[in-house]
Unconditional design. Structure first.
Length: 263
């Protein structure tokens, strides 16, 4: 028996058409509907319907009868580039933060109303936490999300929508939270960068019996966040993590027993 022919309604066919149409904009200048039809070979009605749908989604922008790449694609491209640079800059510093404190370390960015986790480092305790790289969680329900909401671009001029908790995070530069999804787990999160220039945050989390909401435990997170920001800005060069290592190591923590327990 022969396999049924692929129809235009199948996911593969849809994605192929999306890729085909967007690839026509791989170059400078704008394209009209007629030019898109000529380059793709798509039926005119189908091409027009897709183009207008992409305009509504901000993937494309229409000016009169001409189309060009839209702001959403630019945002996604910029986010992908930033996240790659961010992960490269942060990875060794996150490792050092975990090694020094013994706590589970997260790196996250704000994506819509959610936190998107880019990295997670820890021993056995990390496996017991439900977060994972690539997972999402409502920003307003997590320390790392609140750190991002309080400092992220677009939320820096008008504070009328801020809750008292977000105002406190803005004032302190650090967010504290007892996990709503893992009982008995405390979290300390710090935004990476200045007010209005934050695109990510770093956090440590561990049992509330070990991790206290005080300056002693917040300091290494602040230093790690500053080291990542400096590295992203090019001020730390290749020695950013090393320059901050001795300072991180010199900070007292209560995690000695935790490291032994969850190593």
């Amino acid at each position: 028996m022969t396999a049924p022919a692929t129809t235009d309604s199948t996911p593969t066919a849809v994605l192929d058409r999306v890729s085909l149409l967007l690839d026509t904009f791989d170059g400078p200048g704008r394209l009209t509907l007629s030019q898109v039809v000529e380059r793709t070979g798509l039926p005119r009605s189908s091409a027009h319907r897709m183009l207008e749908r992409f305009v509504a989604m901000r993937w494309l922008r229409r000016d009169g009868r001409a189309y060009e790449l839209g702001t959403r694609l630019m945002e996604l491209g910029s986010l992908a580039l930033h996240q790659n640079r961010l992960h490269a800059a942060a990875a060794p510093i996150l490792q050092e933060l975990h090694r020094v404190t013994g706590y589970v370390v997260h790196l996250g960015v704000l994506d819509g109303s959610d936190v998107l986790y880019l990295d997670k480092i820890g021993g056995r305790l990390a496996a017991e936490l439900p977060t994972r790289v690539g997972s999402r969680y409502p920003a307003r329900n997590s320390a790392i999300g609140k750190a991002l909401l309080a400092y992220t671009p677009g939320r820096t001029d008008d504070l009328t929508g801020f809750t008292p908790e977000l105002r406190k995070v803005r004032d302190l530069g650090v967010a504290y939270e007892v996990s709503q999804i893992s009982g008995g787990i405390s979290i300390i999160a710090v935004p990476i960068g200045p007010v209005g220039g934050v695109h990510a945050a770093v956090s440590i989390c561990g049992p509330t019996s070990h991790l206290k909401f005080d300056h002693r435990h917040a300091s290494p997170v602040r230093m790690a966040a500053n080291a990542i920001a400096h590295s992203l800005a090019g001020r730390g060069g290749g020695t950013g993590p090393i320059a901050h290592r001795n300072r991180l190591q010199s900070l007292p923590t209560a995690a000695t027993g935790l490291r032994a327990q969850y190593a």
